[in-house]
Design a protein around this ligand. Sequence first.
Ligand code: HEM
Ligand SMILES: [Ca+2]
Ligand SMILES: [Ca+2]
Length: 326
Amino acid sequence: HPGFNFGWGGNNGPFGGPPFGLYPDVYRFSCPQVNDIVMSVLEKAIAKEPRMAASLLRLHFHDCFVQGCDASVLLDDSATVVSEKKSLPNRNSLRGFEVIDEIKAKLEEACPQTVSCADILALAARASTVLSGGPNWELPLGRRDSKTASLSGSNSSIPPPNSTLQNLISLFKRQGLDEVDLVALSGGHTIGVARCVTFKQRLYNQNGNNQPDETLEKTYYFGLKSVCPQSGGDNNISPLDFGSPAKFDNTYFKLILWGKGLLTSDQVLLTGNIGNTMELVKYYAEDEGLFFDQFAKSMVKMGNISPLSGFNGEVRKNCRRVNRSN
Ligand code: HEM
Ligand SMILES: [Ca+2]
Ligand SMILES: [Ca+2]
């Protein structure tokens, strides 16, 4: 939108946020250093703990799938808010909130009440991808923050790890995302880990017959059993991509071809037998550049799910709570 840069990202005045939807240059005048600040905090955080990149990427996903990308996921319980942090997909699982707080604090110092928490999540997801060796992309900004959260939405909209391919496709479709987006974005599992409780069913009772998932490669299966016993050990963790858990690459797709996808939702992209997801897994396993290009496009698409703009929402001062109305 050249010519539309009026500094609307300021968000302080009566005109609220950008009236023209999201665009990359929103903070050009109001907070030109926004990306540098995000990058510098994350460089340190990820150097200290590589997994933090994965946790932040996932945070943006879990935000966007519930009420859109509005930072609803960051709100704590309060008199008016029932937090999403307690939902089945989120509790004992989502992490990175302190790092988001740190970025927000630095941004409030540099450009008070300007950069929304929803934009911080989108910027942190991109920075995490880049710092892990993945693609960069031009990121539309100008999202505003919600005054509400949806615990029930979080429970119903985020796909569970034992989803069938049909289920995954329909949950993504509800967000305006297609099968290409589903396969590319699942590639986010090229970094990070999952808890035993999220893949245990595959090891011991996939179809209610007390048998493991047949699509699990045998040596991988035995390895997983040692991390994830039939009873107990629910919080033991295993990499989603054991080939390169801290590197953003296409190893995730290669492992799926070899029957070494960790979650049911990973493996069914190959074996689910609907549409062209199998071909897409093969393409991305063969051609990392193709995966990177599509991942970037699909991240922009996911980041555009129902943003609040204009007069809607607010720019929170503290990402964990809504601003006071008086
Ligand atoms: C396709 C449907 C998806 C399902 C069923 C799914 C499920 C899961 C589950 C069960 C975990 C482990 C959580 C835990 O053990 O506490 C996980 C982790 C993760 N997910 Fe997904 N996910 C999906 C899509 C995505 C997407 C679209 C992204 C981002 C683009 C993503 C990024 C991640 C990352 C990076 C982690 C690791 C987090 C960490 O190590 O802290 N996932 N996912
Ligand atoms: Ca949200
Ligand atoms: Ca990897």
